[in-house]
Design a protein around this ligand. Structure first.
Ligand code: ADP
Length: 208
């Protein structure tokens, strides 16, 4: 149990008791990839995830919303205002979804190392210039320690490092999210990637 304040990368998640021996079967059964969209709060995760879900028909899972709605937390950290997340409950809930077997999920969260590797086919880390991010976060009412920690997190590329430590290098992609054109370009790129993923999957099935 810990507060997700983006300051403290958690490096425990890729091989847990949630990681079964069925990895290959489930991965091969998926008809669509699962995509993580991560980054410091304010970089544009929700913006990207919603539009990508609309364009692809994939399911957008806002993990923060689930934590709040389902009460998978022990309140907020007093200093930072971040939820103290009950990771076991959250993982149990995510595991109850047909995520690993069907694919087609977009997981949107400001942390990514909680998700077992076997679930995930692509990790997108959104990045944003710090002046722009400052404006977005202050517009959202962030101040004091919460604002400071999130700014530091972006400047120190905490989420990018966390993604690189938790997943294979070739599935982690860093994308800029500063303008509407960036969003458009990023979505185009991800949609092309999904097409290629499907083709590769079909070819692999044909070879079996
Ligand atoms: P997150 O989900 O990462 O916290 P949001 O998607 O909620 O971020 O975006 C935070 C704010 O920044 C929103 O007002 C959104 O419209 C704006 N924003 C995010 N990404 C971009 C972008 N690439 N171009 C313009 N505005 C953006």
């Amino acid at each position: 149990m810990k507060a997700y304040n983006s300051q403290q990368p958690a490096n425990y998640a890729t091989e847990t008791d949630h990681d079964f021996a069925t990895r290959d079967d489930e991965e091969m059964a998926r008809q669509n990839p699962n995509i993580v969209i991560t980054g410091t709060p304010g970089v544009g995760k929700t913006t990207h995830a919603e539009q990508l879900a609309q364009a692809t028909g994939f399911k957008h899972v806002s993990v923060n919303q689930i934590v709040k709605d389902e009460g998978f937390h022990e309140g907020k950290d007093e200093e930072t205002g971040s939820w103290i997340v009950d990771e076991d409950k959250l993982l149990d809930h995510l595991e109850s979804l047909p995520l690993a077997s069907t694919g087609g999920y977009i997981l949107d969260w400001h942390a990514c190392d909680l998700f077992p590797e076997r679930w995930i086919d692509l990790v997108i880390v959104l990045r944003c210039d710090s002046t722009l991010l400052y404006d977005r976060l202050t517009a959202r009412g962030y101040k004091g320690k919460k604002l400071e920690e999130n700014m530091d997190s972006e400047i120190m590329q905490v989420l990018l490092d966390e993604a690189r430590e938790s997943y294979k290098e070739e599935i982690v992609v860093e994308l800029r999210s500063e303008s509407n054109e960036d969003v458009e370009g990023n979505l185009e790129r991800v949609e092309q990637w999904i097409e290629q993923w499907r083709k590769d999957r079909q070819n692999a099935e044909g070879e079996e």
